[in-house]
Design a protein around this ligand. Structure first.
Ligand code: B4P
Length: 191
């Protein structure tokens, strides 16, 4: 199984690239951001809880996210060649939980790909997205908070995979297709 983590700061293009990757490689797309936004749209209890964190630029608590993953990961994963994890793990605790989850299935993470983009460009992309997304977390104050949380809480998850020699960085600056070619080259080298 090809289990790929797509990692990167807010607005680096994880969602954009994942959509293209699932098509090319027949992987199951697992986006915690998408799952949470659907819950918010449907005004479920989980959605209301998630919105209270997301609108402030904070991460949704680990236990809530790990529960979602446990419920989602086994649903129909077997009919795919693997999983693309988009936006998960985002903390060290989530990374450790994922390792355990995969180990129980005799699987592991093939590679973590970090999409690197500097914060000035990320800010431009997210402010442009705010004009169409209607997302409560796409505004100046919240975006800066998300950058700060990425550095303090998410980068340790990245370091975890560096220590396992499963980390590859990809330049996320360029057209969507240019970035996709770079990401594809990394995936191809793990097939
Ligand atoms: P996510 O949904 O994961 O979204 P994101 O980090 O904001 O954006 P992404 O990197 O996917 O960028 P996109 O492709 O859209 O998370 C949202 C929130 O949910 C989090 O802040 C957190 O609160 C919560 N959450 C999610 N997962 C969690 C977890 N595991 N634990 C706790 N909380 C969690 O691209 C951004 C924009 O740039 C788009 O407009 C796109 O069109 C554009 N773009 C993309 N690539 C481009 C390129 N190459 N050139 C120019 N523009 C580009």
């Amino acid at each position: 199984m090809l289990n790929i983590i797509l990692f990167g700061p807010p607005g680096s293009g994880k969602g954009t690239q994942s959509t293209m990757i699932v098509e090319k490689y027949n992987l199951k797309h697992l986006s915690t951001g998408d799952i949470l936004r659907l819950e918010i749209k449907n005004e479920t209890e989980l959605g209301l809880l998630a919105e209270s964190y997301i609108s402030k630029g904070k991460l949704v608590p680990d236990d809530v996210i790990i529960d979602i993953l446990l419920q989602t990961i086994d649903n129909d994963s077997k009919s795919y060649k693997g999983i693309i994890l988009d936006g998960f793990p985002r903390t060290l605790v989530q990374a450790e939980a994922l390792e355990e989850m995969l180990k129980a299935r005799n699987e592991d993470v093939s590679v973590l790909i970090e999409i690197q983009v500097d914060e000035d460009l990320l800010l431009k992309r997210l402010l442009a997205r705010s004009e169409v997304s209607g997302r409560s977390d796409d505004n100046l104050v919240t975006i800066h908070k998300r950058f700060e949380i990425y550095r303090s809480q998410s980068l340790p998850a990245c370091d975890y995979y560096k220590k396992l020699n499963k980390y590859v960085a990809v330049d996320g600056v360029g057209t969507v297709d240019e970035v996709f070619n770079r990401v594809s080259a990394v995936i191809d080298s793990h097939i």
